[in-house]
Design a protein around this ligand. Structure first.
Ligand code: DP6
Length: 354
């Protein structure tokens, strides 16, 4: 007797780090944001999720393993992704009866991150992007990354941007059903080949307040938040797209740092206040400010997501300057003004170059 066939597909998805931050939902069910956002997808060779999706008539339930740990798949986010992808597969099967009926099988997903999970390093972004891409590949769906971004968005908002490389906008959209809340590529990574990112891993610990609950508390309690979403972000989105298209690093840096600072200000304006930055994060901000002061212009830009780890963007030509300064700081070597902050650096502070 032949055993039933198992279908398998594997993929990887990269981490993205927003330079104009998504923070706030106007529809928690569909994961619709209160403002558009824009991110840079990091190189796959550094931070990524590797995911394998399989289906077989013998699978009795949907399963998901992350870093070898079984995960709950009954949550609305996972269910939404499974449901939507199965519906797309079902359409293909209805149109072509010769296709195997994969939409009738349960799926097993095995995922692995090569970086700290849930430490503000955008693990849910890479995770849901890889999950959606792997199942889409398993089902041989012809849908574009933008089509798939609508599904990944329902898993985790920032995941919709990880379906593309390079510079990616998540346009918030206006439709109540979320059909126009999707990711589009602003520019390929090759458009700005000299762009680099360094990640200062301040803490690999799991963050205290999840993005999902943090942003809900912000929407409910912060007055500053409304001003940001309505009056600040739309202008910044336009200015950031222009900076990327013109490869204007100084504007890119100014916008990136301002937006990170405003996002964390909005967190502080939340009741009870949310603190993602710690002393080391604040010290890294001072080091970057110092690098830029010494250079006489912005050659480095910091940004922080919902955690203390610092991502620093810079251009290749300034790599020695920027990484040299960051390393001197982390090594606590005297000789420049940033030495005063070196005292607060804990052990294990590490520089990764992406
Ligand atoms: C600070 O995408 O993790 O990283 O949609 O609830 O899953 P959910 O939130 P998530 O939030 C990311 C917030 C951020 C900013 C950003 O990536 O734009």
């Amino acid at each position: 007797m032949s055993s039933p066939q198992m279908y398998v597909a594997s993929t990887t998805a990269p981490v993205n780090i927003a330079v104009i931050k998504y923070w706030g939902k106007c529809d928690t069910k569909l994961n619709l944001p209160t403002n558009s956002s824009l991110s840079v997808t990091l190189s796959q060779s550094d931070l990524r999720t590797h995911t394998t999706a399989a289906c077989s008539p013998t699978f009795t339930e949907n399963r998901l393993y992350l870093n070898n740990e079984p995960q709950d798949v009954s949550g609305a986010r996972q269910q939404a992704c499974f449901r939507e992808l199965k519906a797309l597969r079902k359409k293909l099967e209805d149109a072509d009866p010769a296709l195997p009926k994969l939409s009738e099988h349960n799926v097993h997903i095995v995922s692995e991150n090569n970086f700290p999970t849930a430490a503000g390093l955008a693990s849910s972004a890479a995770g849901f992007a890889a999950l959606v891409r792997a199942i889409a590949d398993l089902y041989e769906l012809p849908d574009s990354p933008t089509d798939l971004s609508r599904i990944a968005r329902q898993g985790s908002g920032s995941a919709c941007r990880s379906l593309f490389g390079g510079y990616v906008a998540w346009e918030m959209g206006a439709a109540a059903d979320g059909s126009d809340s999707l990711a589009v590529q602003v520019a390929e990574a090759s458009h700005w080949p000299t762009m680099r990112a360094a990640i200062l891993v301040v803490s690999a610990a799991k963050k205290g307040v999840s993005s999902t609950s943090g942003m809900q508390a912000t929407v409910a309690t912060s007055e500053l938040f409304e001003h940001r979403a309505k009056h600040v972000v739309p202008k910044r989105m336009a200015a950031m797209k222009k900076a990327v298209l013109e490869r204007d690093f100084e504007s890119f840096a100014a916008l990136t740092m301002a937006d990170s600072n405003q996002f964390h200000a909005v967190c502080l304006d939340t009741m009870p206040p949310i603190f993602y930055l710690n002393d080391v994060s604040r010290a890294s901000i001072r080091v970057v400010e110092e690098i830029n002061r010494v250079a006489g212009r912005a050659v480095a830009a910091y940004t922080f997501d919902a955690g203390p780890n610092c991502v620093v963007y810079y251009e290749e030509a300034n790599e020695a300057l920027v990484l040299g300064a960051l390393r001197r700081y982390t090594a606590g070597v005297a000789g420049w003004e940033a030495q005063e902050v070196a005292a607060s650096v804990p052990e294990g502070f590490d520089v990764h170059v992406g």
